[in-house]
Design a protein around this ligand. Structure first.
Ligand code: C5P
Length: 412
């Protein structure tokens, strides 16, 4: 496929080198057209080397080739990344002052804009109107990701991950109208792994959580276009690329991180195994073994229930009213009741919107690569089963979450 890759003048231009790589590695022939301003961030030599094609941004270079007509006509796809506020405005008003804007006016195939700019610029009425104009003409404009921007600010305006732009571009070429990923523009906070509650500088009370499920959820949410904040307690696996990672150790640290990150998130998924109790006292020095004293006794105190507090925070209006909160329950069942009965009681007690229920034994779930879950909903819809690898289960959970966010009115 012949692709024209327009590069706008924003700092996110450096990420577009990875996008170009994705296109070329998939076998596509890419012509890069950088705007004049973008060459202050990334020089044309980089684009020539990575694309293997000559690069120009002027309609007066190689005039005999009539590039301003030819490139747009021949392209099967035009992708603009980063699409700055200026480029969106120029495209919306049909300006043709350089090779890229000429090409956009001549394009016969699908056109995809991947915006990146400061939040105020993205939310400005002028930009909103330009985006609406372009979308109204059938041009695809991705939602930017949200998160840390170039300065101290954060919010919607980050360039979507190169893989997200690539997937959207491929969907668009195949004629799919839902090129916009289901969690585009959404922020998802996910806790993962197991907390460790210290007894002294060398000992702790921990649990068998590996973090694999939480990491798989983070990958699935990221691939669905979300901006992901991973609150990582102790994990046996590394955090994935393309997500913000906050490291925590104890339940109290996780509580602080979850309430903080959760306040600005559309979705919070508590998949971490949080210790219900912690030692009442933490010794500053290693507790010594002495032959002459009685067996030591550890007094435990309760940890706060973070999931419940997140629900309270949301219900008190401190997070968006439409926020979706998802809990996990690892149940073994016993002579008093079966797994689902316990889980339904837990869903009511905790007040979260969805509860993902695992049936656990010492050989099941913890540290394993596969899983089998039932998703219970506070709205009372039929329990949904999902099983397979932790990746497959995570994709099912993220699909369900996307559905709830996009099709179901807030339950708060
Ligand atoms: O009550 P239980 O520990 O079985 O509930 C599990 C769910 O509650 C999980 O989503 C877990 O992350 C969360 N949890 C919590 N704070 C705790 C204990 C569990 O948020 N102190």
């Amino acid at each position: 496929m012949r692709i024209v890759l327009g590069v706008g003048g924003g700092i996110a231009a450096y990420k577009v080198a990875s996008l170009l790589r994705l296109f070329t590695e998939a076998g596509h022939d890419v012509t890069v057209i950088p705007t004049e301003a973008s060459t202050r961030f990334i020089g044309t030599a980089t684009w020539e080397a990575l694309s293997g094609n000559p690069v120009s941004n002027s309609v007066f270079d190689d005039v005999h080739l009539v590039n301003h007509v030819r490139l747009g006509h021949e392209a099967d796809l035009v992708v603009v990344a980063p699409a700055t506020a200026d480029l969106l405005a120029k495209a919306a008003s049909g300006q043709a002052g350089d090779l890229l804007t000429n090409t956009l006016l001549m394009a016969h195939g699908p056109v995809l804009f991947a915006p990146a700019m400061h939040t105020e610029m993205w939310q400005h009425a002028a930009t909103r109107a330009n985006v609406e104009t372009l979308r109204g003409r059938g041009v695809a404009v991705l939602e930017p990701a949200s998160g840390r921007l170039t300065g101290a600010d954060s919010g919607p305006g980050r360039l979507p991950e190169p893989q997200v732009i690539f997937d959207a571009a491929m969907a668009l070429v195949q004629g799919q109208t839902d090129y916009q990923l289901p969690l585009a523009g959404r922020t998802v906070t996910i806790s993962a792994g197991g907390t460790r509650e210290p007894l002294d500088p060398v000992r702790f009370l921990g649990n068998r959580s590996s973090g694999k499920q939480g990491v798989a959820l983070a990958v699935a949410a990221r691939n669905a276009g979300a901006t992901v904040r991973l609150l990582a307690a102790h994990m046996d696996v590394p955090p994935p690329a393309g997500v913000e990672v906050v490291r925590v150790e104890t339940a109290l640290q996780l509580r602080e991180a979850a309430l903080d990150a959760g306040a600005g998130s559309d979705v919070v998924i508590m998949s971490a195994a949080v210790a219900d109790f912690r030692p009442a006292e933490v010794s500053d020095t290693k507790i010594k073994k002495r032959d002459d004293t009685a067996d030591p006794v550890i007094t435990l105190v309760r940890n706060p229930d973070i999931l419940q507090e997140l629900v309270q925070q949301r219900n008190a209006g401190a997070a968006g009213a439409g926020q979706l909160i998802v809990g996990f329950a690892a149940e073994t069942g016993d002579s008093q009741g079966n797994v689902l009965a316990y889980a339904e009681a837990k869903l009511r007690r905790k007040g979260c919107d969805l509860l993902v229920v695992n049936h656990v034994g010492t050989d099941k779930v913890f540290g394993q690569d596969s899983n089998s879950v039932v998703i219970l909903s506070r709205s009372g819809s039929e329990p949904q089963e999902a099983s397979g690898t932790k990746t497959e289960v995570s994709e099912a959970i993220i699909t369900r979450i996307s559905f709830e966010l996009n099709h179901v009115s807030p339950m708060a």
